[in-house]
Each structure stands twice: as structure tokens, then as C-alpha cells.
Design a protein around this ligand. Structure first.
Ligand code: PLP
Length: 464
């Protein structure tokens, strides 16, 4: 076999005359341009991220954000002595987010950037568990929530806390204030309302739940704090529904998490966890480490972590400010409402969330109206043939067999793209109304955020 030389045309090189290494660790080197081309071309099979309406995460970033990400590729956020200005930008980020969420004193607040909401949720949950133990809590701690994102099931399992999910009743899609008393007791370390539910996009009623917990305290003396999972709502309501009270304006709210990489508009890998007051974050959870030169306090699950995300999030905050975020997010809501109107006009769907900023996030969710000869998995599957990824998934088991569909509208999704999507939807529906299918969730590549059982490790390992 001829040897590659760099002067060869890329596609005449020997390295491209067979498939990419797949199994054992490769023996030999190859030219960087050959390896790049192999990897680049394999990724052609991935979907187009901006047409993926199943994800909540950032899929559009401006050139300056990309430049900052590239410039900070080598900055480890944990190395606060070596990169003090990265640490400073993260600290400013914490104060800005605390201010946005109406913390009593944003200047002294404790908080941290994280790799996403999952890590931030674990930290919020751990702080609640440690506070409960410090109050003399004994036995098995529990927390109460509605239908939650999988990170809370992970928190429960990884940290030995019982999860008490309030089942959905009647035609409600959320945990309701009047339902929680039956699930709370002296070992309840927190109630976790989801502010921007994964399944429907709707906001749970944090103020109502707080009031219900006031009543529980008055009746039983048990004082149960709230941690708000504001993964996607945390950077929407402050701008587009400022009168909705869900944050630190409620004294019972002790900590909040949000994903900077969702509606915060930061690139992937950014989250925030903020505590109301320093006393709400137990000191035992903060580690002071000095291996990297200088002492520094850390409260994260990771040690090394890229600094670019917190840096770029800070760029987003100062680039847009309150006014800019309000304009960006209001436009996204408008586009979501336009999609909801188009879907309603087909006469085939009932809206669950139509993109009202006072009711939920920048998303639309719907179910099939009455009996049709196709289901939402069929629709999801057909839309994929045009490149659109729109999730169809079952609601939590206590809602029976109900299947719904959700489209998350994000920065970079335009009015024009909604028109393209609706035209494709129309074509798909015309075919489906004629030719019944009836796919199951698995056949349609069903997508859900909730895990019912742990996946055995062999199944997680790469397929060879
Ligand atoms: C996305 C999401 C999470 C997990 O956040 P990551 O940033 O993906 O780790 C947790 N809770 C809710 C409500 C979410 O929407």
C-alpha cells in the first residue's frame, strides 16, 4: 500500500481507502487532515441542531461568543489562582444571576457556575440534605416534586434520598399546591417545583406551593424549604413575566438552579446554582483546595472544567442586559405562538401550552385531538424525513397512555422556519391521514427525559 504524503490530494490518501478505526485502540498514526476528514464526515449523519426542536439547549451562538470560546479553550475554571480574571467573571455572573432572581443581597450571595442544571440540581439537593441533617434530621430523607427531569431521579438514587413524586390527577399536568401536604413529613428536605416543566413546558405554581408549605408549617411546625428547578424558566420569566413571583422574593425559596446553556443563551456546558443567603449553603460542602497555588473555595462535583462557558455567559449578560434579553426572549415567544396557531389551525391537535410567557417557557406542547388513524410517534417519524426533530413521548405513567408532542423554540428559530415546518407538517399529516401507521415509541426512536430503570453498563458502552 502506498504511503500517504502530505502533497497527495486528501481523498487519494491511503488513510481514506478504508473505514475509520472502530474497535481496538489504533496502532498507527495518520495525518491530521485525514483524521479530521474522517471525523468530520462521520458527523454528517448527525441531525441539524437548529432543526432539533426536542432540545432545550443553545443551538445558535454569535461570532463573538464563538471567538471567546476558542480563546478560552485552554482555561481550566478550577485554577482560580492561574486564571483570576476567569474566576472574577464567574463571580460577577453569580451576582448578576442572583440579582435577576431577586436575592436579598446579591453582593454577598453564594453560588457557582456548573456544567449544567443537573450538576446545579445535585448541589442544591445536597445542600438541602445537609441542612436537614444539621437540624437533627434522622432516618431516610425525602423530597417532594411533580413530574421531573431525570436529574432529580439521579439525585435521589446517587445520594440516597427518597423521591416522592406527586401523581398527576384529573386533567392536570403539574404538581398542585393542594396535593403536596399528603407527601410531606419531618424528613422532607425540600419541595422541588419545576419552573418550566420538561414534559409540557408549563411553569409549576411556586408561589402557591410556598403558601401551601406555610400552611403545613402553621399546622405541624415542620418548616420545609423550596429548591426551584428553573432550568429553562430562570432566564425567561425575569424578562417576559416579571410579575410572576417564583424566585427569591418568596422567603421559602432557598436555592435555584438554571441552565445557562438553555434560555441563558450560553454555549453548551453552562449552568448556575444560587443560594438565597450564605447560611443556606452548609460550610461542610465547600472545599478549600490549595494544590494549584493559592487557596480557593470550590463547591462543584467536577474539579477541572472548561472556563469558556462562564466567560461567554458573562459576555451574553453584558452584551444584552435586561433590555436585550427581553427583546430576544419576547421574539422567541412570538415565534412559538405563531407555531401554536398554525398547529391549532390543522384542527387535529389540542394545545397544552401555546407559548404564553405567563404560563410557561418558549415551547409549544400538544396532544392529538380525538381518535385519528395515526399517532404522534408516526408524525414525529415522518417529520424526521425532512430533518425536523420533534419529540413525541408518553406522559408519566399516572396519566395512562397519554402521548404528547413538544417543540422547544429557541434563539435562532425564526418566523420563516415556522412556516417551513408547518408546510412540512401539512404534507406529513396529509399522508398520515390516508395511510395509517401506528408506530410505538421505540420504533419511532422515542425520546424522553425520564428514566424508568437504570441502563446496564454494557448497554452504555460504545457499540463495536
Ligand atoms: C434540562 C433540564 C434539566 C437538566 O439540565 P442540564 O442543563 O441538561 O443538565 C433539569 N431540569 C429541567 C426542568 C430541565 O429542563
Amino acid at each position: 500500500m502506498p504511503e500517504d504524503i502530505e502533497a497527495d490530494d486528501l481523498f487519494a490518501m491511503a488513510g481514506l481507502q478504508h473505514g475509520a478505526p472502530r474497535a481496538g485502540f489504533p496502532d498507527k498514526e495518520m495525518f491530521a487532515q485525514v483524521a479530521y476528514q474522517l471525523v468530520h464526515d462521520e458527523l454528517l449523519l448527525d441531525g441539524v441542531s437548529r432543526m432539533n426542536l426536542a432540545t432545550f439547549c443553545t443551538t445558535w451562538t454569535d461570532d463573538y461568543a464563538r471567538r471567546l470560546m476558542a480563546e478560552s479553550l485552554d482555561k481550566n475554571i478550577v485554577d482560580k489562582d492561574e486564571y483570576p480574571q476567569t474566576a472574577e467573571l464567574e463571580k460577577r455572573g453569580v451576582r448578576m444571576v442572583a440579582d435577576l432572581w431577586n436575592a436579598p443581597d446579591p453582593a454577598t450571595v453564594l453560588g457557582t457556575s456548573t456544567i449544567g442544571s443537573s450538576e446545579a440540581a445535585m448541589l442544591g439537593g445536597l445542600a438541602a440534605k445537609f441542612r436537614w441533617r444539621a437540624r437533627g434530621g434522622q432516618g431516610t430523607p425525602n423530597f417532594v416534586c411533580g413530574p421531573v427531569q431525570v436529574c432529580w431521579e439521579k439525585f435521589a438514587r446517587y445520594f440516597d434520598v427518597e423521591i416522592r413524586q406527586v401523581p398527576l390527577r384529573g386533567d392536570h399536568y403539574m404538581m398542585r399546591p393542594e396535593d403536596i401536604a399528603a407527601y410531606c413529613d419531618a424528613n422532607t428536605i425540600m419541595v422541588v417545583p419545576t419552573f418550566g416543566q420538561t414534559f409540557t413546558g408549563l411553569f409549576e405554581d411556586v408561589a402557591g406551593i410556598s403558601k401551601a408549605l406555610d400552611d403545613i408549617q402553621a399546622a405541624t411546625g415542620v418548616d420545609i424549604p423550596i429548591h426551584v428547578d428553573a432550568a429553562s424558566g430562570g432566564f425567561l420569566a425575569p424578562f417576559c413575566a416579571p410579575d410572576l413571583v417564583w424566585d427569591f422574593r418568596l422567603p421559602r425559596v432557598k436555592s435555584i438552579n438554571a441552565s445557562g446553556h438553555k434560555t441563558g443563551l450560553a454555549p453548551l456546558g453552562a449552568g448556575w446554582a444560587i443560594w438565597r443567603e450564605p447560611a443556606d449553603l452548609p460550610q461542610e460542602l465547600i472545599f478549600n483546595v490549595d494544590y494549584l497555588g493559592g487557596a480557593m473555595a470550590t463547591f462543584n462535583l467536577n474539579f477541572s472544567r472548561p472556563g469558556g462557558q462562564a466567560i461567554t455567559q458573562y459576555y451574553d449578560f453584558i452584551r444584552l442586559g435586561r433590555l436585550g434579553y427581553t427583546r430576544v426572549q419576547s421574539e422567541i415567544y412570538r415565534v412559538a405562538q405563531y407555531l401554536a396557531e398554525g398547529l391549532e389551525a390543522t384542527g387535529l391537535f389540542d394545545m397544552i401550552h401555546g407559548g404564553d410567557p405567563n404560563r410557561g417557557i418558549t415551547a409549544v406542547s400538544w396532544r392529538l385531538r380525538g381518535e385519528q388513524n395515526f399517532n404522534l410517534y408516526d408524525l414525529s417519524d415522518r417529520l424526521r424525513s425532512r430533518g425536523w426533530l420533534i419529540a413525541a413521548y408518553p406522559l408519566p405513567a399516572d396519566r395512562g397512555e397519554e402521548t404528547i408532542m413538544r417543540a422547544v423554540i429557541r434563539h435562532g428559530f425564526t418566523h420563516d422556519m415556522v412556516e417551513l415546518l408547518l408546510a412540512d407538517m401539512d404534507r406529513c399529516l396529509t399522508v398520515l391521514c390516508k395511510h395509517a401507521l401506528g408506530l410505538s415509541s421505540a420504533e419511532a426512536g422515542g425520546f424522553t427525559h425520564s428514566a424508568t430503570a437504570a441502563v446496564p453498563i454494557e448497554q452504555v458502552a460504545p457499540v463495536r
